[in-house]
Design a binder for this molecule. Structure first.
Ligand SMILES: [Zn+2]
Length: 94
């Protein structure tokens, strides 16, 4: 029939099935990969958040420091500390 035999038809069906299963597996693989990637991303973001929390004190705990600038070199420093400027003849450096 139609010039093709039973064997060819069987082969065609086999190929179609293989392609179908292949695409399904690929789809599942892609979904799995996306899931893993998003999980990894979430975990990494959580880690960064934790690190951030650990390194930086909350703004409520950190007192506000009044800043002043050195009139000679323009370096800003917290009042009560000495500025870290390079000038040896700094008028405000302790
Ligand atoms: Zn200075």
């Amino acid at each position: 029939m139609f010039g093709i035999g039973f064997k060819e038809l069987l082969l065609l069906v086999g190929v179609l099935l293989a392609v179908w299963f292949g695409s399904r597996m690929l789809q599942r693989f892609e979904a799995h990969r996306g899931e893993r990637a998003s999980m990894h991303d979430r975990r990494r973001r959580a880690k960064v958040k934790d690190k951030d929390k650990a390194e930086r004190p909350s703004p409520a705990k950190r007192p506000v420091e009044e800043m002043a600038d050195c009139p000679a070199c323009g370096v800003y420093y917290a009042r009560g500390t000495s500025p870290q400027c390079a000038r040896a003849d700094c008028p405000v450096r302790g």
